[in-house]
Design a binder for this molecule. Structure first.
Ligand code: 5GP
Length: 193
C-alpha cells in the first residue's frame, strides 16, 4: 500500500537490531486518515469472507483494527495484556513472547465475545517472528471460532512470522513488506495490497 510505504520512508526511523520506529503515525501519535485508508484496503480484500469479528492486541493494533471493523460493519475486539485473576473462568488466555519488550505476557479475551459461529480477521501493526499473531490465533481457536486471515501493516519479511503463520495454514496479507533495513534505507518487497 503506497500511502503506508511513503509514511515509513518519510517518517520512520531505523533503530538497531532491526527495529523500525513509527511513533509519529502508528505506535504513539496516530494518523487517522492513513488508518482509514488501511481499514478500507483490508475490508475490500476480505469483503467476501463473511468476517464477523476483527481481533487485535493492545495497544498499537487497535487503531487499524477499528477502521477495518468499521469498514466491514462488524465489532472489533482487542486482546488485553493485563491479567484479571478474578475473571479466569470467563477468559480465553494464552502466553505471548514480545519481540520488542523481550518479556512473556498473558493475553486474554473474554469468552463472551467470541464463539464457534465467528469468522475472525486478525489485524496487527507489525509481523516479526509471528508470536503475537500466533497467540491471537490460539485465542480464536480456544473459542472454537475460525481464523479467516491475518492483516498486517508492516511485515519484516527477513523474520520468520509469515512462514510460521503460513505453516499453520493461515493466510497473511501485508500492506508493506520490508526486505531489509540497511544503512538507514528501507528496502521493500512487493506488498500484498
Ligand atoms: P512478533 O510477535 O511477530 O514477533 O512481533 C510483533 C509485535 O512486536 C508487534 O505487535 C509489534 O508490537 C512488535 N514489533 C515487532 N517488530 C517491531 C518493529 O520493528 N517496530 C515496532 N515498533 N514494533 C515491532
Amino acid at each position: 500500500m503506497k500511502e503506508l510505504m511513503n509514511s515509513i520512508v518519510e517518517k520512520g526511523t531505523i533503530l538497531g537490531e532491526g527495529i523500525l520506529k513509527v511513533d509519529s503515525f502508528l505506535n504513539h501519535q496516530v494518523d487517522p486518515e492513513l488508518m482509514y485508508q488501511i481499514g478500507e484496503s483490508f475490508a475490500q480484500k476480505f469483503n467476501d469472507r463473511h468476517v464477523t469479528k476483527v481481533v487485535t492486541i493492545e495497544a498499537s493494533g487497535i487503531a487499524p483494527a477499528l477502521t477495518t471493523a468499521q469498514a466491514l460493519g462488524v465489532p472489533m475486539i482487542y486482546a488485553r495484556k493485563t491479567k484479571s485473576i478474578t475473571m479466569n473462568s470467563e477468559l480465553l488466555t494464552t502466553e505471548v513472547y514480545s519481540f520488542t519488550k523481550q518479556v512473556t505476557s498473558t493475553i486474554s479475551i473474554s469468552k463472551h465475545f467470541l464463539n464457534e459461529e465467528d469468522n475472525v480477521l486478525l489485524i496487527d501493526d507489525f509481523l516479526a517472528n509471528g508470536q503475537a499473531a500466533k497467540g491471537l490465533i490460539e485465542l480464536v481457536e480456544q473459542a472454537g471460532a475460525n481464523v479467516v486471515g491475518v492483516g498486517i501493516l508492516i511485515e519484516k519479511s527477513y523474520q520468520q512470522g509469515r512462514a510460521l503463520l503460513n505453516d499453520m495454514g493461515v493466510e497473511v496479507v501485508s500492506l508493506a513488506r520490508i526486505a531489509s533495513m540497511v544503512e538507514g534505507e528501507v528496502e521493500f518487497l512487493e506488498a500484498d495490497l
